[in-house]
Design a protein around this ligand. Structure first.
Ligand code: HEM
Ligand SMILES: *[C@@H]1O[C@H](CO)[C@@H](O)[C@H](O)[C@H]1NC(C)=O
Length: 274
């Protein structure tokens, strides 16, 4: 409409205004809508193919895979991050066990590619979110369009399980995550078999059980609960504050996990243009 302004065409100034408004409505809006609808249907195809290969038993591994792809991000170096490089890093010791989820998602990726292009980074980002919701966690919207890396990321960027709270905080800060986000994301360990409640239910059991410090008891299997990095969180006042909040309020945990996960799967992403 503005582009027409001042152009010497055959419309009277009175009529031109009406024409401009109409073209704006009839052209600009449908274009805008169809682009958005295209993106939405692209996402729903990725989601549904991922759901076809996912089960509750496979959810933990898939969510872990998302963290191991994205969690290599280093903000200062602008290296690592959610760029699908994990598929080149499966032999690394910290990625032991991730070949299974890789094979599972490979099937989904092949199916998706029968109708549209999709990157590993997008498949993994969506799959982690689907794993969470399949197990009863929040539903997390994931944007598509990440480009894949052709090479592995730099090594030694994922947090080691032997880190104490200040080491974990420093490590996450380098990736752009606050202490609160570190605690919320660590709640992912509610899935899997480290003893934080039902291994296939995504809830706030992780925080409730952390507060009980069951590993301090010598009774039975409880000494096996949690990784050193999980146990370290309760020993830190700032982390403890969030652990208490999330153990008392699952809705708050879900909200904060959702935001932190969205941030995680966008970190270091290189976006496809157009
Ligand atoms: C805070 C630092 C973290 C450390 C040191 C860490 C380390 C580990 C380790 C060593 C395991 C294997 C446990 C086993 O022996 O079975 C594990 C499992 C897992 N991690 Fe983490 N992790 C961290 C954060 C995260 C984050 C942020 C996520 C996701 C958002 C995540 C998702 C998972 C899941 C779902 C499992 C269970 C995998 C399965 O049972 O197959 N972790 N983590
Ligand atoms: C993405 O992948 C490449 C490897 O191809 C890696 O070197 C790079 O650091 C990664 N991250 C970013 C933010 O470019």
């Amino acid at each position: 409409m503005i582009q027409n302004e001042g152009r010497d065409n055959c419309f009277s100034s009175h009529g031109r205004r009406g024409f401009g408004l109409l073209t704006a409505i009839s052209i600009a809006l449908p274009l805008h809508w169809s682009a958005e609808m295209g993106a939405a249907s692209e996402l729903s195809i990725v989601q549904s193919e991922v759901r076809n290969v996912l089960s509750k038993a496979k959810a933990a591994g898939v969510l872990r895979m998302a963290f191991h792809d994205a969690g290599t991000f280093d903000m200062d170096e602008n290296s690592g991050g959610m760029n699908g490089s994990i598929v080149h890093e499966l032999e690394r010791p910290e990625n032991a066990g991730l070949k299974k989820p890789f094979k599972v998602l490979e099937k989904a990726k092949r199916e998706i590619e029968k109708s549209q292009q999709v990157s590993w980074a997008d498949v993994i980002a969506v799959a982690g979110a689907e794993a969470v919701s399949l197990c009863g966690g929040p539903s997390i919207p994931v944007r598509l369009g990440r480009e894949d890396a052709r090479m592995p990321d730099p090594e030694g960027k994922l947090p080691e399980e032997s880190l104490d709270a200040s080491g974990l905080k420093r490590c996450f800060l380098k990736k752009g995550f606050s202490t609160q986000e570190l605690v919320a994301l660590s709640g992912a360990h509610t899935l899997g078999s480290k003893g934080f409640g039902n291994p296939v239910v995504f809830d706030n059991a992780y925080f409730k059980i952390l507060l009980e410090k069951p590993w301090a008891s010598s009774a039975g299997m409880s000494s096996m609960i949690g990784l050193p990095s999980d146990r370290a969180l309760v020993e830190d006042d700032e982390c403890l504050r969030w652990i208490k909040i999330y153990s008392a309020d699952q809705v708050q945990f879900f909200e904060d996990f959702k935001s932190a996960y969205s941030k995680l799967v966008d970190s270091g992403a290189v976006w496809r243009s157009g």
